[in-house]
Design a protein around this ligand. Structure first.
Ligand SMILES: Cc1cc2ncn([C@H]3O[C@H](COP(=O)(O)O)[C@@H](O)[C@H]3O)c2cc1C
Ligand SMILES: O=C(O)c1cccnc1
Length: 348
């Protein structure tokens, strides 16, 4: 049997470019190391882009939208119709990510994988509808094998589009009422953690709501106890958008495309991608630590040090978009500063 596409090797870092970038960082007019994490980012991006002086001009943002059967368990503070309504809002330019993408001059790609309140054909939205929603994973596997396969492939196809567009960075975002329940269930399955440790308030559940969410995840984990490998865990308790993000992250790493990871849900997808193919980890940069309970644990599992900690809990790729200016500034400092020799400044 031929191995699945997601198991194929990822691109490797260009160590010569990274070495040249490291030497350049040490020659710039500042005490070595004084730009902290921004220096490491410039060097890592040099390794990824295989150039001494990396750039972060074109940014591609794919927001994957999908509904979740588990919403029937009363695990979100908002009704399920919001997912489809927000797809429309992304396309008309009123969502947080719409504003951020405009401000960054980034390409915003919205992908509808299936919503109960389907907005139909609308301008600027790619239709890749798999089903109106996943199955309620408290009662059955969230996806069939075919649905999972399609969702993974849709994610990879958006990366192919980003490459064709000449993007320097891929950002994945999500929209799906109840998807913090799916992401928490997936994280529990992958990490062997208890739901009480990883389930949070999501869109703003109160104490009773969080207790319902924990109980739903506990039931789901019992039902799907036999799911031991990451692909099967994703199929049983994931969502269409979480699977598309997983496929996108693997495909980006295979295609030499840096990825900036957003919040709780996208990090659950990132961990799934790394479990499917450990080489993916090298290609992931982490934007922020979300306010959502459980995100810190996921970041720890990935040994990730995010750039920002702003108490964000929105999703939609918003936290990643907010961190893009830092990546841009890291690149500009790296390529624009004078060296000690050029500026006639004495070295220590
Ligand atoms: C208006 C609105 C816009 C959003 N944009 C992202 N989310 C975020 O909230 C949802 C997850 O939280 P939960 O699991 O509690 O439902 C996801 O759609 C996520 O992207 C939103 C939620 C709402 C209500
Ligand atoms: O961290 C996130 O991505 C998040 C948190 C709460 C709700 N939606 C998204």
């Amino acid at each position: 049997m031929t191995p699945a596409w997601w198991s194929r090797p990822c691109a490797s870092f260009d160590t010569a470019a990274a070495g040249a970038a490291r030497i350049r960082q040490q020659s710039l007019t500042k005490p070595p190391g004084s730009l902290g994490a921004l220096e490491d980012i410039a060097i890592r991006l040099a390794a990824m882009q295989a150039v001494e002086r990396p750039a972060m001009k074109r940014v591609w943002i794919s927001v994957f939208a999908a509904d979740h059967g588990v919403a029937a368990e009363g695990v979100s503070a908002f009704p399920q119709v919001v997912t489809g309504e927000m797809v429309r809002n992304f396309s008309s330019g009123g969502a947080a990510i719409s504003v951020l993408a405009r401000s960054l001059g980034a390409r915003l790609d919205v992908v509808n994988l299936g919503t109960v309140n389907d907005p139909g054909e609308i301008r600027g939205v790619t239709r890749a509808v798999i089903a109106p929603q996943t199955a309620n994973f408290c009662e059955a596997p969230a996806m069939t094998v075919e649905q999972l396969d399609t969702a993974l492939r849709v994610g990879a196809e958006r990366v192919a589009q980003a490459l064709e567009d000449g993007a320097d960075l891929f950002i994945g975002g999500e929209m799906g009422i109840a998807n913090t329940t799916s992401a928490a269930a997936l994280a529990c399955a992958l990490l062997g953690e208890s739901p009480a440790m990883l389930a949070g308030a999501g869109t703003g559940l109160d104490g009773d709501g969080i207790a319902r969410k924990i109980a739903a995840i506990e039931r789901a984990l019992q039902r799907h106890e036999a799911a031991r490998d990451p692909l099967e865990q994703l199929r049983c308790v994931g969502g269409f958008e979480i699977a598309a993000l997983t496929g996108a992250f693997v495909a980006a790493a295979q295609a030499r495309m840096p990825v900036l990871v957003d919040g709780f849900i996208t990090t659950a997808a990132a961990l799934t991608a790394v479990r499917l193919n450990p080489e993916v980890r090298d290609w992931l940069l982490f934007a922020h630590r979300s306010h959502e309970r459980g995100h810190a644990r996921l970041l720890d599992a990935l040994q990730a040090q995010p750039l920002l900690d702003l108490g964000l809990r929105l999703g939609e790729a918003s936290g990643a978009a907010i961190a893009v200016p830092l990546l841009r500034l890291a690149c500009e400092l790296h390529s624009g500063m004078a060296t000690f020799a050029q500026a006639g400044v004495s070295q220590g």
